[in-house]
Design a protein around this ligand. Structure first.
Ligand code: SF4
Ligand code: ZN
Length: 355
């Protein structure tokens, strides 16, 4: 069994209540941002496709304990409108002399045909193939939707080496996947999907989640370092460290509201990037901070947050570890160090409450 029934039932109850307030936006939210491409700095055109949302979040499992993306997906997607706007956005946003990563996100799995039918996947790939400026296309998916037939359908319409499949592995530790995140798959499923993607000639990106529920910041630092080593051995091309932020309507948001959870420190992210880049200098390492500097995202004391976020941004864009060596001095660094140890002890008491 890949889920913990006690955790899953708590997650499901919160999900069912929050789904009643689901919004119904059918617009493709999109934006352009600076981004690290495989060959250097460039742009990312990000599109959030309004599909029906993640099948795992909609399942009886309740979905992941930390994720509230589903509340923004519409109940009934309109694929004609979606395809039409998709084409329009590409025409409007892609400039002639720039290089792009096209990120097609659904707040779920692009490869799940219940979210994006094969025909729509095909039409989108055909359209994207018209733009030489698009250097890579990033498609997110859970491992179970990474099938031969879905990959073959994509490869028929676009050069497969341009494709990067991004999988929210979160952690290579099955106990964390099962007892903290309610992920519903194990490390072994990720390995199978990765091998399948690489055999087809596409690339793989792994998202790792920094500081899921019940895992102290100290333990999560170690978990990320161990997970990075494992995915590197597997030949994963890109690793993205996602620092936990609080989504409404989730199991984690309830822990946060009861003051049983603190979002990660930016010091920890700086430390992680330094350690990882030193050990794996050739790995493309991404670390985008969502809601950085606020209570609901990774933050420090408020005084030094902007400076650290800007160092992380600079590092991600240029992959130059010298950016990480910039001296930042703030009195909260001592507080962070003692927090790492005190939280490790208090976390066992939190676990007792939920046992
Ligand atoms: S984290 Fe990913 S797999 Fe989990 S519920 Fe959210 S979209 Fe689905
Ligand atoms: Zn500070």
């Amino acid at each position: 069994m890949k889920i913990n029934p006690a955790l899953s039932s708590m997650v499901r109850e919160i999900r069912e209540n929050s789904l009643k307030e689901r919004q119904h936006s059918r617009k493709i939210v999109n934006w352009v941002e600076d981004h690290r491409l495989p060959t250097g700095a460039g742009k990312a055109l990000v599109l959030i496709l309004p599909t029906r949302g993640c099948s795992w979040a909609l399942s009886k499992s309740g979905g992941c304990s930390i994720c509230g993306y589903i509340y923004d997906n519409p109940l009934q997607p309109d694929y004609d409108i979606m395809l039409h706007s998709f084409k329009e956005i590409l025409t409007q946003k892609i400039e002639k002399d720039l290089k792009y990563s096209l990120k097609l996100f659904t707040s779920g799995s692009f490869l799940d045909t219940r979210e994006v039918p094969l025909e729509i996947q095909k039409e989108m790939m055909k359209e994207a193939a018209k733009y030489d400026q698009i250097e890579e296309i990033v498609l997110e998916s859970r491992p179970e939707y990474v099938t031969e037939s879905v990959l073959d359908n994509i490869a028929e319409h676009i050069e497969i080496s341009k494709i990067e499949i991004a999988i929210g592995l979160e952690s290579a530790n099955n106990a964390i996947l099962q007892n903290s995140i309610n992920k519903g798959f194990f490390w072994e499923d990720f390995v199978k999907a990765t091998n399948r993607i690489k055999d087809k000639g596409a690339r793989v990106k792994a998202y790792l989640l920094f500081k899921p529920p019940f895992i102290s910041e100290f333990d999560s630092i170690n978990d990320i370092l161990e997970s990075v080593s494992k995915v590197a051995d597997l030949g994963v091309n890109t690793v993205s460290i996602n620092a936990m932020s609080i989504h409404r309507g989730t199991f984690l948001s309830q822990l946060f509201e009861k003051q049983l959870y603190r979002t990660p420190w930016l010091w920890s992210l700086l430390h992680l990037c330094q350690e990882i880049k030193q050990k794996f200098p050739d790995m493309r390492l991404i670390c985008d901070v969502v809601a950085g500097g606020s209570e609901r995202g990774a933050h420090n004391c408020g005084e030094c947050d902007k400076e650290i976020i800007s160092i992380l941004k600079k590092f991600v864009l240029n992959q130059d570890s010298s950016a990480l060596k910039e001296e930042v001095t703030c009195s909260c660094k001592t507080e962070w160090r003692s927090f790492l140890f005190s939280e490790k002890i208090s976390n066992s008491e939190i676990l007792d409450i939920y046992r």
